[in-house]
Ligand binder design. Sequence first.
Ligand SMILES: Nc1nc2c(c(=O)[nH]1)N[C@H]1C(S)=C(S)[C@@H](COP(=O)(O)OP(=O)(O)OC[C@H]3O[C@@H](n4cnc5c(=O)[nH]c(N)nc54)[C@H](O)[C@@H]3O)O[C@H]1N2
Ligand SMILES: Nc1nc2c(c(=O)[nH]1)N[C@H]1C(S)=C(S)[C@@H](COP(=O)(O)OP(=O)(O)OC[C@H]3O[C@@H](n4cnc5c(=O)[nH]c(N)nc54)[C@H](O)[C@@H]3O)O[C@H]1N2
Ligand code: SF4
Ligand SMILES: [Mo]
Length: 735
Amino acid sequence: MMEKQTQEQTIMTTCSSHCGGACGLKVYVKDGVITRIETDDGEEPQARACLKGRAYRQRVYHPDRLLYPLKRVGERGEGKFQRISWDEALDTVANEIKRVRDTYGPEAIILKTSAGDMNFVHTGAMVVDRLLCMAGGYSAAWGYFSYEGGVFAELTTYGTLSTQGSREDFLNSRMIIMWGWNPATTIQDTNTIWRLAQAREAGCKIISVDPKFTDTTATFAHQWIPIRPGTDAAMMIAMAYIIIRDGLQEQAFLDKYTYGFDKFKDYVLGNEDRVPKTPAWAEQITGVPAAVIEGLAREYATTKPAALIAGIGPGRSASGEQYHRAAITLSAITGNIGIHGGSAAQRSWPAGLLPFPSMWMGIPEILTNPWEEKQPPAKDILPLRRLFPWGMGGFHVNQMADAILKGKAGGFPADYKLLYVASTSYPNQYLNVNKHVQALKSKSLEFIVMHEQLMTPGAKFADILLPCSTFLERNDIAQWTATWFYGYQNKVIEPLGESRGSFEICVDLAKRLDIPNYADKTEEELIREMVKGCPDIADYDTFKKQGLHKPRQAEPHVPYREQIEDPNNNPFPTPSGKIEIYSQLIAAMNNPEIPPIPKYIETWEGPNDPLSQKYPLQLITTHFKGRAHSQFHNVPWLQELLPQTVLISSSDARARGINDGEPVRVFNDRGQMIIPTKVSERIMPGVVDVPQGAWYNPDEDGIDRGGCANILTKDAYSPGGANCTNTTLVQVERA
Ligand SMILES: Nc1nc2c(c(=O)[nH]1)N[C@H]1C(S)=C(S)[C@@H](COP(=O)(O)OP(=O)(O)OC[C@H]3O[C@@H](n4cnc5c(=O)[nH]c(N)nc54)[C@H](O)[C@@H]3O)O[C@H]1N2
Ligand SMILES: Nc1nc2c(c(=O)[nH]1)N[C@H]1C(S)=C(S)[C@@H](COP(=O)(O)OP(=O)(O)OC[C@H]3O[C@@H](n4cnc5c(=O)[nH]c(N)nc54)[C@H](O)[C@@H]3O)O[C@H]1N2
Ligand code: SF4
Ligand SMILES: [Mo]
């Protein structure tokens, strides 16, 4: 006789997968197994999930899931492991932490985390940071992956990081310029494109400036302006030229709220260096016809209010901070800051919705890293950067491989012996992967521990692998920067195998490291405490059951509205109290590579670099619809739908005898890969795109077959600290 089946149940939870979203998932479960996943179809506005969230079932049950703690038995990178018990794994990790700390000092420990798990309780970045801070400290890298050029621009120009408005405010814009911004793919907070659709229906003019004809451009834009990567500041400055020449600037706004416009004007008009920054000047640099630049400048200056949405892709470049500073300056010149329908042209924290109070609220210790506290800030780092969490330390994230390989002999503050990796896909996501692989193989690194869910390319290098659960296997809460709702992450199934959340792992490690006060609350108690600190949520149990709490929306949040409406009582926290087009903080840094006014600066590996003789194509490495960085890479449904290819223009393909779909070799001096092409008019000639995040998969000759963009990128950073993921020269040829 057949066994009686239990009924299929649905549980609401929230996906948060390092993609810029947080979306409702309706998960169907039968006999403890997920059978299918749908999304929020409740009251409007709905927090609807993308294709990745709906495909999560294949990620949870993937054969590469790590189910047990593992100890390496082969060479690093070989992927040979032996199953061990949690006790043995945790004893080994704790003993290694103690040994390295007591022998070499806490500075010999590098902790590298990121935002792979965007929750509040189990977030590796927070829980392991807390553990190692309490164990004596560690060395951290500085340099925010996504957006350090933007952080630099915000801190020097506005003095704060509160720059992001609510997406609902798009409905108040008459014009939106999407500058290197593709939310149909990158989400940029759940429902961003829904608001964009509404704005367009309401008659808003939408323009895209991007080397690629993106899905967002195809769907929403009235005009596409392709531009050479890394040259955006030149186009923006030429737009300022037209606005100033024609007297279209908002002079009253500039006089009242900004500092140093005249110095910028001198540069723009050529009084400073005898080079007027005309559209013809910019055309040579950007490839955008002068008439198009002039037309856009005039339209932007005369259509009010207008939102310049400066994406962060163009800022991940060798002179990224100039792009961000130029974007803020254009917004100021047109008087679009601090008003409905305008934009502060940046993307850091929103105000608006009250965030959940931090996890450790109510626990006496403040998170300080005893080692980092003692260190002088790294060379050239902006003193104000302490406002930004994590890492003021001895090396930039893009120097991490060099730091490990060279240590003190290479001028770094320490010799690094232990690498602790959590919630980041190291080295796949790190620029110049081949150098990071050398670092991982180096004998000077005596111990590597990783928290991971899957046998990723990096996991194969760990000495001890700690298997982690997914958010569907534990309770937590979720929220993203401009998310307009609160998400409860309900545990939907029991953890697979012996996998655990990072919080539980750290609680157990803390005991072994003799840290009695690591946590005095359970997972459930912590969540309750955080929810209690959030007056928007009246009832915990209803919140948990519904999975989503959607507070009634107030008026859309406009960054810097107080500063503009009542400047006397709300000065900007800059030296002048104003928006600093001429930044006194930058002037004080006295670094010739970072001028105090925004300028176009030609960089290495641009179209005029002599290296372009050998490697004539500019590579961009965009964020991919089928992945959140490296996550979801191995999900079969998504691989079938969205294969990894190099996108190349029809004319560049023709010149090389390459047909659509054929495998090609993409290479430079740092590495090479063989992947299929996508030949299309959707990218401008001279530029190719290898979307970032595909898994590094070297063959026996060291040629990557996985399409990992970071085989090609350079482990350098801009003078303001930006990751240069979009500044790389390559060649493409038939494989
Ligand atoms: N699906 C998906 N969504 C994601 C992510 C993901 O991996 N997958 N990652 C999330 C994270 S952490 C981040 S930081 C954000 C990143 O979000 P973004 O940085 O905005 O994403 P990108 O795709 O790198 O770049 C956006 C656009 O900039 C264009 N671009 C690149 N270089 C230049 C340039 O020099 N000039 C101009 N004008 N345009 C340029 C690209 O063609 C692309 O269309 O996305 C988040 N959302
Ligand atoms: N070439 C190039 N490189 C880039 C970029 C680019 O545009 N171009 N973008 C950069 C940017 S903006 C970013 S933010 C970074 C992102 O870089 P990462 O944050 O390193 O990328 P993810 O792929 O999100 O890696 C997260 C890892 O955490 C694991 N993970 C997921 N959930 C959990 C969990 O609950 N617990 C634990 N323990 N682990 C979990 C995943 O399996 C995955 O291996 O990449 C950067 N690298
Ligand atoms: S992957 Fe991101 S956008 Fe997609 S459902 Fe999850 S949180 Fe939402
Ligand atoms: Mo990012």
